[in-house]
Design a protein around this ligand. Structure first.
Ligand code: NAI
Ligand code: MG
Length: 503
């Protein structure tokens, strides 16, 4: 057990372990860091060493109720603030987060094992960017005037939905949370976030920082497990909107509960995103693009990871060799070391799951396997949850590695002979989140971009979520869009019609 938690530091704190201890054992409800009603906690581990770094408050239905009641009370006055004022407060939060990027980056690296330079710092900066983007959108909460009749003024106004329940995963928890809370708050809602059990610390710190600026009760945070804390949040009668990012399996459960209550849901679920590489592509740029696309620096723990790479046959063998060589050159090691490109897998559970897929791929008859990069040699990391990136070739389409989301550093590469065949293969998936096409023939590229079943298609690049660009999947990848103006208007407000007969 850890020492009794002390007060959280006022200034940015670059001692991530001290900060983790200071945040221990707390939810944030009604503007205050408070223990779970039950007093119970659960341990948080550093996946690079498997040592305990903190205890998190173990949330249950009573904690959910306390947080939602606070949020419901706060929402009444929050919604009365002019929209631009709400936006201005969220923009001030962006500045405060900017000042804390380095500490947040270190803290998220500690709890998730994501490399500081390639992942954690990037994520912390993106959070500030998303808050600043939405902070400027208050004046976009506009309605319309409708030409109903000559002496009737008919207008629509955008109103907030009320209390938003947000459930987030562990892979990019700060960023994925920002995509939910920023538009929800600017639109006049208040929020209760349930953090992922593996990574509750950095998001709690963000919540604490933002609570220095926002009125109490607007932004509340609970830690805890899915069935005990997430499910009661979704089911709470005063939660009038649910937004979820995580597995398709839990997305369906969340969606069913929300349907019973008749409240809207946004779901950002899994993916099995294809990358289509044509022989006329810029070869080196595309190989580098495959590293980014597969999110190797995040150990492939991304819903948009290019886990199916289709390469036109004339360059197939050369491409696989070049990709393997490039991944080989990546440095796997201590997430907090600036030299590290690739950190760890998040948890023992995910580690075991990914290893099972790799073992299955290796056992698949005729399959080619390349295990790349070197496991860290540092004795301090001997227990760490490191997995070598694996590149598979010659797997049958029926293989689980080709069909299922692995959420680890495992990609499958296939040769193809013509655009129609590769389109059919790419679309032959239950998922439809993201896709990329690499070619200098824009006729082919744009044709495929229109015909790929995915929410986000990129040609000759494969960036992660960006503020201002609509993001969200089709098929089993989800419902609704995030990251854009549209997401705020369509998913965090409803349109009310008001008519005045002055005849
Ligand atoms: P998960 O879907 O179980 O967890 C995501 C969030 O949902 C967590 O906060 C969890 O506590 C919560 N949750 C779990 N059960 C719940 C319930 N019954 N009601 C309400 N909330 C609940 O994902 P998990 O177990 O962490 O990972 C399993 C797989 O899911 C991964 O291997 C990956 O394939 C996929 N995944 C996809 C993500 C994405 O970004 N689309 C993120 C994380 C996982
Ligand atoms: Mg789960």
């Amino acid at each position: 057990m850890l020492d009794h938690p002390h007060a959280t530091p006022e200034a940015p704190c670059l001692d991530e372990r001290a900060l983790a201890r200071a945040l221990s054992g707390r939810h944030l409800i009604g503007g205050r860091l408070v223990p779970a009603g039950s007093g119970k906690t659960f341990p948080i581990h550093n996946p690079a060493t498997r040592q305990e770094v903190a205890q998190a408050a173990l949330g249950d239905a009573a904690d959910v109720d306390a947080a939602v009641e606070n949020a419901a009370t706060a929402q009444k006055s929050w919604a009365k603030l002019p929209a631009r004022k709400r936006g201005a407060l969220v923009a001030r939060c962006a500045e405060l987060i900017s000042a804390h990027v380095e500490e947040l980056a270190r803290l998220i690296a500690l709890e998730t094992g994501k490399a500081l330079r390639t992942e954690s710092r990037v994520e912390a900066n993106t959070v500030a960017d998303i808050l600043s983007f939405y902070g400027g959108l208050g004046s976009e909460l506009k309605g319309e005037s409708v030409p109903f009749a000559p002496d009737v003024l008919s207008v629509t106004v955008r109103e907030p939905l009320g209390v938003v329940g947000a459930i987030i995963p562990w892979n990019v928890p700060m960023l994925l949370m920002a995509l939910k809370i920023a538009p929800a708050l600017v639109a006049g809602n208040t929020v209760v976030v349930k953090s992922a059990e593996e990574a509750p610390l950095a998001v709690l710190r963000i919540c604490e920082l933002m609570n220095r600026i926002l009125p109490p009760g607007c932004f509340n945070m609970l830690s805890g497990f899915g069935p005990e804390c997430g499910a009661p949040l979704v089911a709470h009668p005063k939660v009038r909107k649910v937004t979820f990012t995580g597995s398709a399996e839990v997305g369906r459960i969340v969606s069913r509960t929300a349907a019973e209550k008749l409240v809207p849901v946004t779901l950002e679920l899994g993916g099995k995103s294809p990358m289509l590489v044509f022989a006329d592509c810029d070869f080196d740029k595309t190989v580098a693009g495959a590293i980014t696309s597969m999110r190797f620096t995040r150990q492939g723990q991304s819903c948009t990871a290019a886990s199916r790479i289709y390469v036109e046959r004339p360059i197939f063998a050369r491409f696989v060799d070049a990709l393997a060589a490039r991944v080989d050159a990546m440095v796997m090691g201590d997430p907090l070391d600036e030299k590290t490109d690739i950190g760890t897998i998040i948890s023992q559970e995910q580690f075991d799951k990914v290893r099972r897929y790799i073992d299955e791929g290796r056992a698949s008859e005729g399959a080619g396997t390349r295990a790349c990069s070197r496991l860290p040699q540092d004795a301090a990391l001997r227990e760490g949850l490191f997995i070598q990136p694996h590149i598979f070739t010659d797997l049958p389409n029926s293989s689980r590695l080709v069909q299922e989301e692995i959420f680890g550093p495992v990609t499958c590469v296939f040769p193809f002979d013509d655009a129609q065949a590769v389109l059919a293969a790419a679309n032959d998936s239950e998922y439809g989140l993201a896709a990329s096409i690499w070619t200098n023939n824009l006729r082919i590229g744009l044709d495929l971009a229109h015909r790929l079943e995915a929410g986000l298609v990129q040609i000759n690049q494969n960036l992660v979520v960006q503020a201002n660009l609509s993001y969200g999947g089709v098929k089993s990848s989800g419902l609704g869009k995030e990251a854009s103006l549209e997401s705020m208007l369509e998913h965090f407000t409803h349109k009310k019609t008001i008519m005045v007969n002055y005849g």
